[in-house]
Write a protein that binds this ligand. Structure first.
Ligand code: ADP
Ligand code: 5SP
Length: 495
C-alpha cells in the first residue's frame, strides 16, 4: 500500500492525515495546537507540524505529502532565510487603514477587482506589507522574500528531507529561491492575478516600496522539492548560509504544491460546479468552484483561484466557530451542551438577535466593530435563547455570504470544526432557507492536501466522496430580517 500525507496548518491547529494513495482510506492521523493570537512566529507552526506528525505515527512510510495552510498570512524572511518578525495572520486587522489607502491609491475597489480579482481588506498580504513598510521600516528593509504560511512550511519541509526526523526541528532553512507556492494560495496575496496567472509586482512595489523575492507559482501537479529552473526565479537574492539537499534522492518523500486551506477543503470534500461549500472554522467561508475568474467590485466576494486550475470565488467572515466558543463561555457550558441549549429555544430565539462581530468583521468590512446582542426581554434572558441567538447570528453572516456569491446552489455542503455541532446542522436550513448536506465530520482541508499528494504520484487518482447527511427544515425568514435590522447597530472597539 502506498501512503500519502495531507497537512492542514490552520489558525488554531495543525492536523495531519495519512491515507492510502489509491483509495483515500484513512490510515492514521494526528493534531497539535497552534498558539493563540493574530501574530505568530512561523516556527510554532513547524513545531506543531512535527508534533502532529509524531502523533500520526511518522512519515517514514509516506511516499508523498502536501501542506495546506491558513491563507494570506505575511511571512517575511531575511537574506539568510530567518523570519524577520512574527507573521501577521489573515484575522489580524491592524492593516485596515493601509487597505483603505491602497484601494484609494489605485482608483477604487473596481480597479483592484479588475487587477487581482479581489478588493483588498486587512486580511490580504499586500495590506500587511504596506503596514510593515509604514510602521516598522527597519523590519521592512530586512525583507528579502515574502511568502505565505503553506509556502513557508513546504519550504521548511523540503529543507528537512533527507535528515532523520529527530533532526527536522533544527533543519537549516533552504535557499530562498527554493520557495514555492500554488495559484490557489497566491491568489490571496493581492499581488497575483488569477485571471492572467501572473504576479502584479507593480502593485507590490507601490504598496511596499520594493519587490522582495516571491515564491515560484507551481501548477496543480508539481514537486515542490524540485529546484527551480534559473529563468523561473523571480529575482536574484543572496541566500547565504543555506544549503540544498534537493533533487533526485531515490525513495525520498515527494512534496506536492500544497495550497490555501479553503482550496484544499474544496478538493477534500469533492466540491464540483454547482456546489457551495460553507466552512465553519475559525473563519466562516462560503465558496464555489468555478470555471471562470470572478471580480466583484463590491469587495464581498474574493476572486480566488483554486488548486486544480479553476477558480474559487469566496466570501469570508472573521467570526464563525469561535462565536460558539464565546457563547459556551458566557453560558458556562461546553460545546455539546451549548448545542443542546440552542435546540431547546424556539427558532428565532424569541427575537433575541446576536451580531457576531467579536473579532471585528471582514465581510462586511468592519474591522473595528464589536459584537452586539439585541432583543433582550425577560423571556429571552435565558442561556438557551443566547445559545440559539449565537448560532443563528453566526449563520446569518454566512447566509449573507451565500447571497453575495450570487448563485443558486445545487448542494450546500457544511464542513469545518463548527459543523460538528448537531445544532448548527439543524439550524442552518432555517437560516439559509434551503437544505444542507453535512458530510461525515472530518479534516477536509488535510484530506484535500492528501489528495494533492496522491495526485502527484498518479494523475488519474480518484477518491470517492463520502455520503453526506441531509438536513432539512422550514425556512424561518424572520431570523434574517431581524438580523438585517440589528446588523448596523454595533459599537466600535474601545481605544
Ligand atoms: N462539536 C462542536 N461544536 C461546536 N464547535 C466545535 C465542535 N467541535 C469543534 N468545534 C469548533 O471548531 C473550531 C475549530 O475548527 P477548525 O475547522 O478546526 O478550525 P481552523 O481550521 O480554523 O483551525 C473551534 O473553535 C472549536 O470550538
Ligand atoms: O482568510 C481566509 C480566507 O480568505 C480564511 O479562511 C483563512 O484561510 C483561515 O482559515 P481557517 O483557519 O478558518 O480554516
Amino acid at each position: 500500500m502506498t501512503l500519502v500525507a495531507g497537512v492542514d496548518s490552520s489558525t488554531q491547529s495543525c492536523k495531519v492525515v495519512i491515507r492510502d494513495a489509491a483509495t483515500g482510506r484513512l490510515v492514521r492521523q494526528g493534531r497539535a495546537a497552534h498558539p493563540e493570537g493574530t501574530e505568530v512566529h512561523p516556527e510554532h507552526w513547524w513545531a506543531a507540524f512535527l508534533r502532529a506528525v509524531k502523533e500520526a505515527g511518522g512519515l517514514d512510510d509516506v511516499a508523498a505529502i502536501s501542506v495546506a495552510g491558513q491563507q494570506h498570512g505575511m511571512v517575511c524572511l531575511d537574506e539568510t532565510g530567518q523570519v524577520v518578525r512574527d507573521a501577521l495572520l489573515w484575522n489580524d486587522t491592524r492593516s485596515a487603514a493601509a487597505a483603505a489607502a491602497l484601494v484609494a491609491e489605485l482608483g477604487g475597489p473596481a480597479a483592484w477587482a479588475e487587477a487581482v480579482g479581489s478588493v483588498p481588506v486587512a486580511s490580504f498580504t499586500i495590506t500587511k506589507l504596506r503596514w510593515l513598510a509604514e510602521l516598522e521600516p527597519d523590519n521592512a528593509r530586512r525583507v528579502a522574500a515574502v511568502c505565505l504560511p503553506h509556502d513557508w512550511l513546504t519550504w521548511r519541509l523540503a529543507g528537512a528531507l533527507g535528515l532523520p526526523f529527530e533532526a527536522w526541528a533544527d533543519a537549516p532553512p533552504p535557499p530562498l529561491d527554493h520557495l514555492t507556492t500554488d495559484r490557489g494560495d497566491v491568489s490571496g496575496t493581492g499581488y497575483w492575478s488569477p485571471a492572467t496567472g501572473a504576479y502584479r509586482t507593480d502593485l507590490l512595489k507601490a504598496a511596499f516600496g520594493a519587490v522582495p523575492l516571491l515564491p515560484r507559482v507551481l501548477g496543480p501537479i508539481a514537486d515542490a522539492a524540485t529546484p527551480a529552473a534559473p529563468d523561473a526565479l523571480a529575482r536574484g537574492v543572496t541566500t547565504a548560509g543555506a544549503s540544498s539537499r534537493r533533487g533526485g534522492d531515490a525513495g525520498r518523500m515527494r512534496i506536492a504544491p500544497g495550497t490555501g486551506d479553503n482550496m484544499a477543503a474544496a478538493l477534500g470534500v469533492g466540491a464540483r460546479p454547482g456546489d457551495v461549500v460553507v466552512s465553519i472554522g475559525t473563519s466562516g467561508t462560503v465558496f464555489a468552484v468555478s470555471d471562470a475568474p470572478s471580480a466583484d467590485p463590491s469587495g464581498q466576494v474574493a476572486g480566488f483561484a483554486d488548486a486544480t486550475g479553476r477558480f474559487l470565488p469566496l466570501v469570508c467572515t472573521l467570526n464563525a466557530a469561535r462565536v460558539m466558543d464565546a457563547a459556551a463561555r458566557l453560558t458556562g457550558v461546553d460545546l455539546d451542551r451549548l448545542g443542546e441549549l440552542a435546540l431547546q429555544a424556539p427558532a428565532g430565539a424569541g427575537g433575541l438577535t446576536l451580531v457576531p462581530y467579536l473579532e471585528g468583521e471582514r465581510t462586511p468590512n468592519q474591522p473595528t466593530a464589536t459584537g452586539a446582542v439585541h432583543g433582550l426581554t425577560l423571556a429571552t434572558s435565558t442561556p438557551a435563547h443566547l445559545a440559539r441567538a449565537a448560532i443563528e447570528g453566526m449563520l446569518c453572516g454566512l447566509a449573507d455570504g451565500l447571497d453575495a456569491l450570487g448563485r443558486t446552489p445545487e448542494r450546500v455542503l457544511l464542513i469545518g470544526g463548527g459543523a460538528r455541532s448537531e445544532a448548527v446542522r439543524r439550524i442552518a436550513p432555517t437560516v439559509f432557507g434551503r437544505p444542507v448536506l453535512a458530510p461525515p465530520p472530518g479534516e477536509y482541508v488535510a484530506d484535500g492536501a492528501a489528495y494533492q499528494a496522491a495526485w502527484l504520484l498518479d494523475a488519474e487518482v480518484d477518491w470517492s466522496s463520502q455520503e453526506a447527511a441531509v438536513y432539512e427544515a422550514d425556512a424561518v425568514p424572520d431570523i434574517r430580517h431581524r438580523y438585517a435590522a440589528a446588523r448596523p447597530h454595533i459599537l466600535d472597539r474601545p481605544h
